[in-house]
Design a protein around this ligand. Structure first.
Ligand SMILES: O=C(O)c1ccccc1N[C@@H]1O[C@H](COP(=O)(O)O)[C@@H](O)[C@H]1O
Length: 209
């Protein structure tokens, strides 16, 4: 069963719709250059709209350790997602499960990345797009993903209802993560796109089981 994370939630109605559609995890972006940025106070309020058994993920990009601790003091995050150039030591210090995102381009040694971040819960692969840190809606060349990785693989980058089944068939990731591909506008989720995306994942999982 492929797990599903829907990232970049900024509205309570989207949090609820995403959870009701069957997502396993939702993500809050604590990166102030993102159009999906939420303050810790907003995220704490959004978190209260989420029903039980949905994992709450906090996304950070090269934040200070003080800022991460400040967010953790206010928002009941289950998992941290580090989407910048954070070192393994930085990621580990919070004593929380974390995902390390790698922006993939030719020449990046993903086997070595997985070894370096061996304490991570998973390696999240996103597209490398010059001048941005992620959440671009761009996909990357999946043939750059090694067959064997020592960490669970979370595939992201330009996924949507039209390509997620092919991605799962080819890569067999542990989970998929999407933001742009299920939006009506940046930071605003489209409930029909979310439902179509989740439906595609469930259908291909059934076919492959
Ligand atoms: O969502 C953002 O704005 C964002 C900003 C900075 C780093 C990562 C961000 N989002 C993550 O990017 C990937 C791919 O997103 P998309 O589906 O291609 O839009 C995903 O993991 C988001 O969580």
């Amino acid at each position: 069963m492929t797990r599903i994370k829907i990232c970049g939630i900024t509205r309570a109605e989207d949090a609820l719709a995403v959870a009701r559609s069957g997502a396993d995890a939702i993500g809050f972006v604590f990166y102030d250059k993102s159009p999906r940025y939420v303050t810790p106070q907003q995220a704490a309020k959004l978190a209260r709209a989420v029903p039980p058994f949905v994992t709450l993920v906090g996304l950070f990009v090269n934040s200070s350790d003080e800022y991460v601790r400040d967010v953790l003091a206010q928002v009941p995050l289950d998992v941290l997602q580090f989407h910048g150039e954070e070192t393994p030591e930085f990621c580990r210090q919070f004593g929380r499960p974390y995902l390390k995102a790698i922006r993939v381009k030719p020449g990046v040694d993903l086997v070595q990345c997985a070894a370096s971040y061996s304490a991570a819960q998973g390696l999240l692969l996103d597209a490398f797009v010059e001048g941005t840190q992620g959440g671009t809606g761009e996909s990357f060349d999946w043939s750059l993903i090694p067959r064997e990785l020592s960490l669970p693989l979370i595939l992201s980058g330009g996924l949507h209802a039209g390509n997620v089944a092919e991605a799962i068939r080819k890569i067999r990731p542990y989970a998929v993560d999407v933001s742009s591909g299920v939006e009506a506008a940046k930071g605003i989720k489209d409930a029909a796109k979310v439902a179509a995306f989740i439906n595609e994942v469930k259908q291909i999982d059934l076919q492959l089981s």
